[in-house]
Design a protein. Structure first.
Length: 299
């Protein structure tokens, strides 16, 4: 399930504390991590629109540069110090959510109707292979900096995006139910993601319940309001489909116009003895009257 986490991920930005870390040879170069995340921010802003419209040659070239430079910087930072939470977070973000340019083969037809294979450039998001490396990097960032609760929310969101909804749900419910340690925005994000997971599994009622709980924290939260509107549209579509199904059922032609009672009667014929007894019972009253008439005539 892909829930567009690029819009939900908190992009790390350069801060003064990284300058102090850079003076420590045991830490990766803070400027390297800062450059990697700055490139990631620009990569997402440029790449997302290019998944729904063709990119110009200049845009595609810029996206290639950003994706290669940013990913290389993140890998280098992890190589310098594998126990840097910032470096691991940068690497996981790039692997799972960076946009890149790939070559794809598409079928087309020439003017004579013959099939042609054309090579085109396409912008896609995410890993070229298994996402496990990216998920492992985000998980490592959580382990290295447990005090950074944003890392945990982002890791849970990534699990949900890459078809590990059960694990994500456990983490997010723990965040929502925690008495302390999480900000209102972090809890709101957890509720929103739980709604998205429920909707993805077909549980529209559960999705609505989670979004209402999220809105209880902030009734004006834009993403939560949009999710509620989306769920409303899904509900309307579901109700309409149910109405159409019932209408189609009742508009079906009847079975040869034969009433069910007649079919049931024909399906259970009486035996000869039962039929004779039934006829005798039916004529008994008439016979009795006739006998009385005969006796009166004789008198």
């Amino acid at each position: 399930m892909k829930s567009s986490l690029a819009g939900l991920l908190l992009i790390l930005c350069a801060c003064a504390s990284w300058g102090a870390q850079a003076a420590d040879p045991a830490q990766p170069d803070a400027a390297l991590v800062a450059q990697s995340m700055a490139d990631f921010d620009r990569n997402v802003a440029l790449g997302a629109p290019l998944t729904i419209r063709p990119g110009t040659p200049a845009e595609l070239d810029q996206l290639r540069i950003l994706s290669q430079r940013g990913l290389d910087a993140a890998r280098k930072a992890v190589e310098q110090r594998s126990d840097s939470a910032e470096a691991q977070y940068a690497l996981g973000s790039w692997i799972l959510y960076g946009y890149r340019v790939v070559q794809v083969d598409r079928l087309s037809f020439d003017p004579q109707g013959r099939v042609m294979t054309l090579t085109a450039q396409e912008v896609i998001q995410g890993p070229s292979g298994s996402p496990e490396e990216g998920l492992s990097a985000l998980k490592r960032s959580v382990e290295l900096a447990p005090e950074n609760k944003d890392y945990l929310v982002d890791y849970a969101a990534a699990l949900a995006d890459y078809d590990r909804a059960t694990e994500a749900t456990g983490i997010l419910k723990g965040i929502w139910n925690a008495a302390e340690g999480y900000s209102r925005d972090q809890k709101l994000r957890a509720g929103l993601l739980l709604s998205v997971i429920s909707e993805g599994s077909g549980d529209l009622q559960g999705a609505r319940e989670w979004i209402y709980m999220a809105l209880s924290l902030d009734p004006l939260a834009g993403e939560a309001v949009e999710q509620l509107r989306y769920l409303d549209r899904l509900q309307v579509a579901e109700n309409q489909a149910a109405i159409e199904s019932v209408r189609e059922f009742y508009e079906q032609p009847s079975l040869e116009g034969v009433p069910e009672e007649e079919e049931a009667f024909e399906a259970e014929p009486q035996s000869g003895a039962e039929e004779s007894a039934a006829e005798a019972e039916d004529w008994s009253e008439f016979d009795t009257g006739n006998e009385e008439g005969v006796e009166e005539g004789n008198l």
